[in-house]
Design a protein around this ligand. Structure first.
Ligand code: DOR
Ligand code: ZN
Length: 346
């Protein structure tokens, strides 16, 4: 039995760091665990231009400890009015690493998102030329669609057409939650990849209602059936280079979660690497954890893997603690003890 594992320091290819007091509360956790992170642009107002991304990157740098060896990788929030020339300029200046597609009203702070991807062909063409990956929140948003079917319908109604119309577009289907999404990415061209969160590997939709309504397990896309969770574990631990780590850690203050209309988002950054290690351990795939956490992402993004290593040790430790205070107090996932811990650097 492996009790100790050394891997390259992971990157987080999908995280929400927020702004202001929440940024100050959560950014140090990401920066001390991950070498790089793809930072989501769904602020209020969203990060839509190169200039806004430069300013946000400065606020992130100011919020992380001076000793942290951490690089935030910035994304642009696509709207119906995105200027393709600004995206290309932002990519050429090394400001944008990727571009995020939120279908309008799909999730938190997505009101300015895209109403019809067919109208953005010029933008996608510019991204193909610039080599800028498109990161996709893959849910249809028609209110009549069952929340558990939104990802599957998005693949059939939107995603597949997008992939086919833009043969040079590199694309990540973010935080996949269904067997259908796992199978779609497996069968898609090499340029299509997916991130998988820790929580979607350990909870299913029944867990959200276990013993009562559990708002801290509510996120979008919502957790699906057990057979979906099993399919996600299978592809995550398969070693297939198309699948890589993205926590989708998404902090909301306790009041915004524990109320009549609770916000979507699970704050998992404090235990994400440990939970992934537990999942890979349970699947007998610890030897593939490094590929998922530290190699497949850089390969997709055409960046070098990190040289620094971390050591994971099999050791019980308590559930991660809440972070922040007052309106920025955030409950952490999971609420159960952890089976692995990251050994502090010597
Ligand atoms: O649960 C979610 N929370 N899903 C998202 O797509 C956005 C995120 C957030 O920003 O809170
Ligand atoms: Zn997200």
């Amino acid at each position: 039995m492996t009790d100790r594992l050394t891997i390259r320091r992971p990157d987080d290819w999908h995280v929400h760091l927020r702004d202001g007091a929440m940024l100050a509360a959560v950014a140090p956790l990401t920066a001390t665990r991950f070498a790089r992170a793809i930072v989501m642009p769904n602020l209020v107002p969203p990060v839509t231009t190169t200039a806004e991304a430069i300013a946000y990157r400065e606020r992130i740098r100011a919020a992380v400890p001076a000793s942290a060896r951490f690089t935030p990788l910035m994304t642009a929030y696509l709207t119906d009015h995105t200027d393709p020339a600004d995206l290309a300029a932002g990519a050429a200046q090394g400001v944008f690493t990727a571009v995020k597609l939120y279908p309008a009203h799909a999730t938190t702070n997505s009101a300015h998102g895209v109403t019809d991807v067919a109208k953005l062909d010029k933008v996608f063409a510019a991204m193909e030329r610039a080599g800028l990956p498109l990161l996709v929140h893959g849910e249809v948003t028609r209110p009549s669609v069952d929340v558990f079917d939104r990802e599957t319908l998005f693949i059939d109604e939107v995603l597949d057409g997008l992939v086919q119309r833009h043969p040079g577009l590199r694309l990540v289907l973010e935080h996949i939650t269904t067997r259908r999404a796992a199978d779609y990415v497996l069968a898609a061209p090499e340029r299509v990849a997916a991130t998988i969160t820790p929580h979607h590997l350990v909870i299913n939709r029944t867990d959200i209602f276990r013993g009562g309504l559990r708002p801290h397990l509510y996120c979008l896309p919502i957790a699906k059936r057990e057979e979906d969770r099993i399919a996600l574990r299978r592809v995550a631990t398969s070693g297939n280079a198309k699948f890589f780590l993205g926590t989708d850690s998404a902090p909301h203050g306790v009041e915004a979660k524990e109320c009549a209309c609770g916000a979507a988002g699970i704050f998992n950054v404090g235990a994400a690497i440990e939970v992934y290690a537990q999942v890979f351990d349970e699947e007998g795939a610890l030897d593939r954890l490094e590929a998922f956490a530290s190699l497949n992402g850089p390969r997709f993004y055409r960046l070098p893997p990190n040289e620094e290593r971390i050591v994971l040790v099999r050791a019980q430790q308590p559930a991660p603690e809440a972070v922040g205070a007052g309106p920025t107090r955030v409950r952490a996932f999971p609420e159960t003890a952890l089976a692995w811990r990251i050994e502090p650097a010597a």
